[in-house]
Design a protein around this ligand. Structure first.
Ligand SMILES: C[S@@+](CC[C@H](N)C(=O)[O-])C[C@H]1O[C@@H](n2cnc3c(N)ncnc32)[C@H](O)[C@@H]1O
Length: 288
């Protein structure tokens, strides 16, 4: 199962590697992504089953197909290159576009709604927690004063007046855009919800057949921390405080981490695709 189909690049690789009869359920909330994936994966015919749905609905999707469990699940989180490079989607501050930022056009709440309607304090919390913007209060105040804001450039200019990109040299609006995007698409809530569902969906190992695996690619520290903490907790047999001599929690590990340190792209890959530079891949295997 590919829970974040995008343009179908990973799905293509999975279908190739599972030839001749491996089947793949691919999901994305973005109909434009699904269309691209459909074209890319057409050669695999009925082996590729593509649906417009959130990965959080994976149990329902599997039930509809009559599948009990899967061999592998991939979540390649965040925004796709197609979405970033389509100016009218509003993900980039480099182009003039409406403040949209929705992965799923059925989602009633756009970035413009957040920017123009949220109380200043709530906006500041989003920028601080999801954007990791140190000057969140000043940025939120400047946004509220400049309301109504309708375009990406307008927002980027307002932000640039009150904060800098810091020592990293990034554009001052980078953090604000990241924070709004995460909030609009409820990215962290959905990630938190899907991890236990995904592990429960993996096939249990037998003597003839290996256990199912979940692979997650995160692109910023908030996502990666959430994934890492979940994998650490669920990879342990007991969660009692370390000084407690006897376990009273009864917690049992449900997964095994295959890599304690995240797998990072090598220099060659970053040279070919600079957007891969912040990717961190973690893989776990289901325990019986
Ligand atoms: C980084 S891209 C994936 C790229 C893909 N692996 C490829 O090879 O082209 C992430 C995708 O996840 C989708 N997405 C984000 N949240 C989702 C969710 N809750 N359920 C399903 N898809 C989601 C986005 O619309 C986007 O297309």
């Amino acid at each position: 199962m590919d829970g974040t189909l995008g343009a179908g690049g990973h799905a293509w690789g999975i279908l190739e590697a599972s030839s001749p009869d491996g089947r793949l359920l691919g999901m994305d909330v973005d109909p434009q992504a699904l269309q691209l994936a459909q074209e890319k994966l057409a050669q695999f015919g009925e082996r590729a089953i593509l649906v417009q749905a959130s990965y959080t609905s994976l149990a329902e999707q599997l039930k509809a197909l009559g599948w009990q469990a899967v061999d592998g699940i991939l979540l390649d989180l965040g925004v796709s290159s197609m979405q970033l490079d389509t100016p009218e989607r509003g993900f980039s501050f480099l182009a003039e576009a409406p403040l949209d930022m929705r992965f799923d056009p059925r989602n009633p709440r756009t970035a413009a709604d957040l920017v123009n309607k949220l109380p200043e304090g709530e906006l500041a919390d989003i920028l601080y927690q999801y954007g990791e913007e140190r000057n969140a209060r000043q940025v939120a105040r400047a946004i509220v004063r400049a309301r109504p804001l309708s375009s990406t450039r307008q927002l980027a200019q307002v932000v640039a007046r009150v904060t800098s990109g810091g020592a990293s040299g990034i554009h001052p609006a980078t953090r604000t855009f990241q924070g709004l995007r995460i909030a609009v698409n409820q990215e962290l809530e959905r990630l938190e919800a899907v991890l236990p569902l995904a592990v429960a969906t993996l096939r249990q190992g037998t003597t003839e057949y290996p256990a199912g695996r979940l692979a997650v690619i995160a692109f910023h520290s908030l996502e990666d921390r959430l994934v890492k903490q979940y994998f650490r907790r669920e990879g342990r047999d007991c969660l009692c405080p370390p000084r407690q001599p006897i376990c009273t929690c009864g917690h049992k590990a449900i997964l095994r981490e295959l890599n304690r340190q995240p797998i990072r792209p090598q220099e060659e890959e970053i040279r070919q695709n600079s957007r891969a530079r912040s990717a961190r891949l973690r893989i776990v295997e289901r325990l019986n």
